[in-house]
Write a new protein. Structure first.
Lengths: 112, 115
C-alpha cells in the first residue's frame, strides 16, 4: 500500500471549514483513499473514502486531485466535537483481505 | 446494532506477568482485527482473522503474543510474558463481508500498562 504524508497538527475555529491535506504521491490505480478519525480515548471511526471522484457524505467531503497524488478532507462547519486525530490511508482495492495501515495522522484542534 | 465490545477497558500488570484481552465483534462480521496503539502513534495491525482462520499475523510478536478466534466469533489476544514496551491500547475491529465501503468498526480498546 502507498505511503501517505500528513501535517502533524492543524487548528481550526469553530464554525469554519477544516481542510485537512494528505499527500499520497505513490498511489497506484486500484488504490482507494480512506479517512478515519480518532477522538480521544476512542477507537478510530470511518469518515469517507474515494477512488478518483470527489465524494461527500453527512460527515465530510473528500476532494482528490486529478492526478490522485493528493487529497483534502473537508469538514464544512467544524465543531468542538471534531477535535481528533485524522488519518489518511491508502488501501488496495482488493476486497479479499483488506487491512488498514495507519500513519501518525493530523491532530486537529477546533477552538471556540 | 451493538458495536464492537472489548474487555477489560484497563489493565495494569507487572512485567513478565500474563494478560488476556477479549473482543466480541459486531454480529455477522466475518473479519476481525487486533491493533496495537502505542501512545502518540497510529494503530499498528497485529493480526487479522477471516472467520476462524488467520489471514495476516506478520506483525504479531509470536514469542509472546497469541490470538485465537475458535468459533469465528469472539476473539482473545494474550500476552505472556509481558514487557514494558507492551504498554499500549489494544484495539479490536471488525468488518462485514461484502461491505461496499470496506468500513472497519473499532471497539473502544483495552489499555494495558506494564510496570
Amino acid at each position: 500500500d502507498a505511503k501517505t504524508t500528513q501535517p502533524p497538527s492543524m487548528d481550526c475555529a469553530e464554525g469554519r471549514a477544516a481542510n485537512l491535506p494528505c499527500n499520497h504521491s505513490t498511489i497506484s490505480g486500484n488504490e482507494y483513499v480512506y479517512w478515519y478519525r480518532q477522538i480521544h480515548s476512542q477507537g478510530p471511526q470511518y469518515i469517507i473514502h474515494g477512488l478518483k471522484n470527489n465524494e461527500t457524505n453527512e460527515m465530510a467531503s473528500l476532494i482528490i486531485t486529478e492526478d490522485r497524488k493528493s487529497s483534502t478532507l473537508i469538514l464544512p462547519h467544524a465543531t468542538l466535537r471534531d477535535t481528533a486525530v485524522y488519518y489518511c490511508i491508502v488501501r488496495s482495492g482488493n476486497t479479499g483481505f483488506q487491512k488498514l495501515v495507519f500513519g501518525t495522522g493530523t491532530r486537529l484542534l477546533v477552538s471556540p | 446494532e451493538a458495536g464492537v465490545a472489548q474487555s477489560p477497558r484497563y489493565k495494569i500488570i507487572e512485567k513478565r506477568q500474563s494478560v488476556a484481552f477479549w473482543c466480541n465483534p459486531i454480529s455477522g462480521h466475518a473479519t476481525l482485527y487486533w491493533y496495537q496503539q502505542i501512545l502518540g502513534q497510529g494503530p499498528k495491525l497485529l493480526i487479522q482473522f477471516q472467520n476462524n482462520g488467520v489471514v495476516d499475523d506478520s506483525q504479531l510478536p509470536k514469542d509472546r503474543f497469541s490470538a485465537e478466534r475458535l468459533k469465528g466469533v469472539d476473539s482473545t489476544l494474550k500476552i505472556q510474558p509481558a514487557k514494558l514496551e507492551d504498554s499500549a491500547v489494544y484495539l479490536c475491529a471488525s468488518r462485514r463481508a461484502g461491505s461496499p465501503t470496506g468500513e472497519l468498526f473499532f471497539g473502544e480498546g483495552s489499555r494495558l500498562t506494564v510496570l
